[in-house]
Ligand binder design. Structure first.
Ligand code: PGA
Length: 247
């Protein structure tokens, strides 16, 4: 069985004290949750401080970066490489729609980042999703995923997490319907191996998460805004624990 996953994407939010308070609350509120991989992706600058907090007591939480450069080092002022985050993070989000849109990240750049992550020992959380609501676009999303994985071998598929995030549902008022998400996810499943978790992202909160995770084909969720509210995020983790035990 694939492991259930929840990813908290804090995006470009929190100052140091907010980040420490949030990480401490999430750590304490999730320590009794089992069978769910809970991954916190704070701004990269807080990774080391949060690693201290979550490991000092227990290590039921994993950390992820929100981005890496595709090269391991070089004259790239302001960039962060995979080896730089490797000591604290286990995961890295790659190809998030906000990076594709605001930083012109193409599938070919994403593919290089995925390969670098794997080579460095990080597990990439690879995001794909269509810009406009239209299920006929599933073929294009499948192609985006194939292109994003172009430089890695099939044996490495088990190291990936795929996040299906319809762009129109990210930071929106309403998520995609679970039926809509499932249809696309079933097609993405054909691209990767049976062991690769595929999760949904886009306006997930504690009131709608069960609709997604009660479906066996949806292995978890990627949470943006709501992951900045400790109580709500902990609730989401508990709901995933509960529903994935039933399946
Ligand atoms: P959201 O963000 O939950 O705020 O829609 C999701 C994401 O980061 O992709």
């Amino acid at each position: 069985m694939r492991r259930p996953i929840v990813v908290a994407n804090w995006k470009m939010y929190t100052n140091l004290s907010d980040a420490l308070v949030l990480a401490t609350s999430v750590r304490d509120g999730t320590e009794n949750i089992s069978g769910v991989e809970m991954i916190i992706c704070p701004p990269v600058i807080w990774l080391t401080d949060i690693a201290e907090i979550i490991q000092r007591k227990i290590s039921h939480l994993a950390l992820g970066a929100q981005n890496i450069h595709y090269l391991s080092e070089g004259e790239y002022t302001g960039e962060i490489s995979a080896p730089m985050v490797k000591d604290t993070a286990k995961y890295v989000i790659v190809g998030h729609s906000e990076r594709r849109k605001n930083f012109a990240e193409t599938n070919s750049i994403v593919a290089r980042k995925v390969a670098t992550a794997i080579d460095t020992g990080l597990s990439p959380i690879v995001c794909v999703g269509e810009e406009k609501k239209d299920q006929n676009l599933a073929g294009e999303i499948v192609k985006d995923l194939k292109d994003s994985l172009a430089h890695i071998a099939a044996k490495d598929y088990k190291k990936l997490v795929i996040a299906y995030e319809p762009v129109w549902a990210v930071g929106a008022k309403e998520p995609a319907t679970p039926e809509y998400a499932s249809k696309v996810i079933n097609q993405l499943r054909e691209v990767v191996s049976a062991e690769t978790p595929i999760i949904y992202g886009g306006t997930v909160d504690s009131s709608n998460v069960y609709e997604f995770v009660r479906r066996p084909e949806i292995d978890g969720v990627l949470v943006g805004r709501t992951s900045l509210r400790a109580k709500e995020f902990i609730k989401i983790c508990r709901i995933i624990e509960e529903y994935k035990k039933i399946i």
